[in-house]
Design a protein around this ligand. Structure first.
Ligand code: TMP
Ligand code: MG
Length: 294
């Protein structure tokens, strides 16, 4: 069966393809190069995790903390206010990224400072994740296992909280050695209490693999010139910017929210747009196809 037909049939949701001919060329070229030339770069919140389940919104890695008993009621209310102020800006298709950038830094900085005030303990995170409603997308097992089996690196590039999302993946049993997380990690003092966040702040509009230049991960991926990129925000599109000698990039975008307003901008930027799809069916079908040996 032609790959695009198979891909469209794999999904229960609506699949949009910008330029089917070009897409087919990318798929064939990646397939011909073989799995050892491929890396997957993915966003975490609302890309690997579900946006909604049974009609209810699912939490982001930040929300896992906001909704938990680790945070005082006042702090919870402040975080909610910030979310209500800044999230509409994040997804506003009438504002430019340049305009949004300083506002995103402002949001993240305020939230991180609030979290630090709460004196969160490292040993409480496991329970908080267990009690949360965060859920990986349907079909995540196949996705993680397939990449692990073929030794394809999966770089998770997230503006969320690294410690929380790593725990989500660990509890789901798929934190395999090929998974590398690049995110905002908590810095705990010697008694295990949150005192700061490590390294440079990552927010939705400064995700670039160039940020990894000096990390060990970067050495590992230098020989991988084909990329499958998964995201749910227009900010996720730059995640592969630092990849050297990029040959092919296949961009898959989850369009979760404000579908009608944002559909055109997603179609302009992503090769495949998945409209209100809570599964990994399409990325899984593509991976199966491009890594098939015959
Ligand atoms: P991501 O890069 O893994 O998708 O994570 C970023 C998402 O986190 C972004 O869509 C906004 C969301 N977010 C919250 O839900 N609460 C917060 O307090 C902050 C700062 C971000
Ligand atoms: Mg996201």
């Amino acid at each position: 069966m032609r790959p695009l037909k198979m891909i469209a049939e794999m999904s229960k949701a609506t699949v949009h393809m910008k330029d089917p001919e070009h897409l087919e060329q990318i798929l064939e070229s990646i397939k011909d190069s073989g799995p050892n030339t491929l890396q997957v770069i993915s966003d975490f919140d609302m890309t690997l995790t579900r946006f909604a389940y049974n009609g209810k919104r699912c939490p982001t890695s930040h929300n896992v903390l906001d909704n938990s008993k680790l945070i005082s009621k006042t702090c919870q209310a402040e975080m909610k206010n910030l979310l209500n102020t800044y999230y509409p800006i994040e997804i506003d298709s009438t504002r430019s990224i340049e305009e949004k950038l300083p506002l995103m830094v402002e949001w993240w900085t305020k939230v991180h400072n609030l979290l630090i005030e709460q004196k969160i303990r490292k040993d409480q995170l496991t329970a908080v994740v267990k009690e949360s409603n965060v859920i990986l997308r349907e079909g995540y097992q196949l996705f993680f296992h397939h990449l692990h089996e073929l030794d394809i690196p999966l770089l998770i590039f997230s503006a969320g909280v690294g410690d929380v999302l790593e725990e989500v993946i660990r509890q789901a049993g798929v934190l395999h050695p090929n998974v590398k997380v690049f995110s905002n990690y908590m810095d705990f003092d010697e008694s295990g209490v949150l005192q700061d966040f490590k390294g440079e702040l990552i927010h939705v509009y400064n995700k670039r693999e160039g940020a990894l230049l000096n990390t060990q991960h970067f050495q590992e991926i230098q020989s991988r010139h084909n990329v499958m990129l998964l995201g749910d925000s227009l900010g996720d599109l730059t995640m592969a910017d630092g990849v050297q000698d990029l040959q092919n990039i296949l961009k898959i975008g989850y369009l979760n929210d404000k579908v009608e307003e944002r559909k055109q901008s997603y179609l302009d930027s992503y090769d495949i747009v998945l409209e209100r799809d809570e599964s990994m069916d399409v990325p899984n079908a593509i991976l199966q196809y491009i890594t098939r040996t015959q």
